[in-house]
Design a protein around this ligand. Structure first.
Ligand code: RB5
Length: 145
């Protein structure tokens, strides 16, 4: 599994915490920026880079962080093949995988703590897509593209 991570300035600190989590879990990742919390950047630029890389391989996931996770999810979902989900608790973490088969997950650097996000990541990474009727619904989403 390839993991691509990205953030804007508002998500930078949480992205660093997520990288620590991934390292602890021995999950390899590629950081596509940004590289500081102090320089203001535009979140769609990073959403696009992570989304483009993630859709190249079915086993890849993208993790995006902005201030709220909202802008990153809106932007990433513009890329064909992306199913980006804003995760904000353990339940949404689990069903983002089980029902939506999300290949990109987004978090809010200004709305969530690193400890909360560690728990959400654990839920997401341990969940399995349930297929069946959920795949039919995902097919309908991709037919919209
Ligand atoms: C940046 O100030 C902020 O607007 C951005 O990080 C994000 O929250 C947008 O959705």
């Amino acid at each position: 599994m390839k993991v691509f991570v990205g953030s804007d300035h508002a998500g930078f600190d949480l992205k660093e915490a997520i990288k620590n989590y991934l390292t602890e879990k021995k999950l390899e990742f590629i950081d596509l920026g940004t590289d500081s919390a102090s320089k203001s950047v535009d979140y769609p630029d990073y959403a696009l880079e992570v989304a483009k890389e993630t859709v190249k391989d079915n086993n890849s996931i993208g993790i995006l962080v902005c201030g709220t996770g909202i802008g990153m999810s809106i932007a990433a979902n513009k890329v064909k093949g992306v199913r980006a989900a804003l995760i904000y608790d353990e339940y949404t973490a689990e069903v983002a995988k089980k029902h939506n088969n999300a290949n990109v997950i987004t978090f809010g650097g200004r709305t969530m703590t690193p400890l909360e996000v560690d728990r959400y990541l654990t839920k997401f990474l341990n969940a399995e897509f349930e297929d069946g009727r959920h795949q039919n619904r995902i097919d309908k989403i991709h037919n919209i593209e």
